[in-house]
Design a protein around this ligand. Structure first.
Ligand code: SAH
Ligand code: SF4
Ligand code: F3S
Length: 458
């Protein structure tokens, strides 16, 4: 393949393609996909740059989970209109025009529509075609014609491509896609059916990471606890057991798990495997059984509460974080109050909360009885107020106790202090020596803040 400019592509980046700028929206899957595209392009000698003005290729990797991130995609694409945007005026002077690529979930969902709305876009690449990014860039560059590629191949495989968060911790993808079809959610449509990665691939990748100095691994998927090895049928708890036997691994985390697939065996893992972090992100979405059913979540409020109680009985310091949607169609005041009360009952340590956002093609898009924007905003505020109170309570409970903190760097606020995360996944800043970065430090917590803890190394 060649990125040398052919004679008939006047107006495109005058010469060889050398640099790429990424703008990434959405979840860890997208961050991971961006890293993967960069890896593929690097093989062609293309390097990442921090400013779109310096780039021969601009890649906007998009998210469509709610209306807001989708709108952000469009305003980002709008910035690169070669004809009239401010950003491009100085490029026009240089006679240079970058290749504009839109990738990820909005690309998958909207396909051709993106070219119609933004005729200066060169590439629209769906979630399962990003591995072909370099061929596609080359083709549009050489032919000067736009390309839309949003096919779901039938033999999709998860490629080995770990993303390093920092030099001590790393994500490892174990599943892709989702089969759950929660009635509000677009992910199954834009990411396709769930596939699991063979266990040997996963273990090999982790071993390589550990050899490279990584000490903490986060197993990644839309619903990790439905993991099922395609060859040997090994399930998620067994995967965790095998990962925990790898020499040199200090801590194992996973995101995200679904309450309906949380098995007894997984609960036992929290009892038996010390390396499993004392944190679970378990989205509840709503505290009302009526709404949970209409969301197609597959569990009841009481079952969720029971699960957390069992988890905490085997791991007393377990921190629980969750996701909450307010204003789902049909959510009455009393349904909403059930959400507030379940948060209190479980004493959720932290949460992400969202106003329901109607997504085209999902089941809930046809549901009646929509909640007004005003009510949604009011409910969201109540959830967030309550969460602040619960988080503060949880953080205050940590004061005077000592926690193992994986030190990952200097604190952003005060470079004389060290920052890291506790076993419960809370941010801890502490007085300590710089040479402890990369190791596990016992820290006595002295102060609780809204979003972090403060302490001293002992
Ligand atoms: N696979 C993960 C979550 C993926 S999306 C899981 O099932 O837990 C992350 C969060 O976005 C969801 O948990 C949900 O709270 C929220 N979300 C998804 N679709 C939404 C929508 N249409 N409106 C509002 N919030 C939504
Ligand atoms: Fe969406 Fe539900 Fe799948 Fe999560 S489990 S990605 S919320 S459909
Ligand atoms: Fe968004 Fe796609 Fe992730 S819709 S949340 S980037 S899977």
């Amino acid at each position: 393949m060649s990125f040398e400019k052919s004679k008939n592509v006047e107006g495109k980046s005058g010469g060889r393609l050398k640099s790429v700028y990424f703008r990434t929206f959405g979840c860890q899957m997208n961050v991971h996909d961006t890293e993967r595209m960069l890896g593929v392009l690097k093989k062609e000698g293309i390097v990442a740059v921090d400013s779109p003005s310096d780039a021969d290729i601009i890649i906007i990797n998009t998210c469509s989970v709610r209306e807001k991130p989708e709108e952000k995609t469009y305003s980002e694409i709008g910035r690169y209109n070669f004809g009239n945007s401010k950003y491009n005026s100085h490029l026009r002077k240089k006679g240079k025009r970058p290749i504009i690529a839109v990738t990820g979930c909005v690309a998958q969902q909207r396909g051709d529509e993106i070219l119609k709305r933004f005729p200066y876009v060169d590439l629209v690449v769906g979630t399962q075609n990003i591995g072909q990014i370099s061929e596609l860039v080359s083709e549009t560059f050489l032919t000067g014609r736009p390309i839309v590629k949003t096919e779901f191949p039938n033999n999709l495989q998860i490629e080995s491509f770990p993303r390093k968060q920092n030099i001590y911790t790393s994500f490892v993808t174990i599943t892709q896609g989702c089969n759950n079809f929660c009635s509000y959610c677009i992910v199954p449509y834009v990411r396709g059916r769930e596939i699991s990665r063979p266990i040997d691939d996963i273990l090999n990748e982790i071993e390589t990471l550990i050899e490279g100095g990584i000490v903490e691994i986060t197993l990644l998927g839309q619903n990790v606890n439905s993991y099922h090895d395609p060859n040997e049928g090994i399930d998620f708890p067994e995967l965790i057991r095998q990962v925990s036997t790898i020499d040199g691994i200090y801590r194992i985390r996973f995101v995200t798990s679904h309450p309906k697939d949380l098995s007894h065996e997984l609960i036992s893992c929290f009892r038996d495997i010390e390396k499993l972090s004392s944190h679970i992100h378990l989205p509840i979405q709503s505290g009302s059984d009526r709404i949970l059913e209409s969301m197609n979540r597959g569990y009841k409020r009481a079952e969720y509460i029971e699960m957390i109680a069992r988890l905490r009985s085997v791991r007393t310091d377990l921190s629980v974080t969750t996701d909450i949607i307010v204003g789902f169609p049909g959510e009455s005041v009393s349904d909403f109050e059930d959400t507030l009360s379940v948060m209190e009952e479980v004493e959720v340590d932290n949460s992400f909360s969202f106003k329901y956002s109607q997504r085209p093609g999902t089941a809930a898009a046809n549901f009646d009885d929509v909640v007004s924007l005003e009510d949604k905003s009011e409910r969201l505020e109540k959830v967030q107020d309550l969460q602040r109170r619960l988080t503060m309570k949880s953080n205050n409970n940590n004061v005077n106790s000592t926690y193992d903190v994986l030190a990952t760097g200097q604190s952003a606020k005060d470079p004389k202090e060290i920052t890291g995360r506790s076993d419960q996944n809370k941010i801890v800043n502490f007085k300590g020596e710089e040479n402890t970065i990369g190791s596990v430090v016992p820290v006595k917590i002295k102060k609780a803040h809204n979003n972090s803890l403060w302490g001293e190394a002992i």
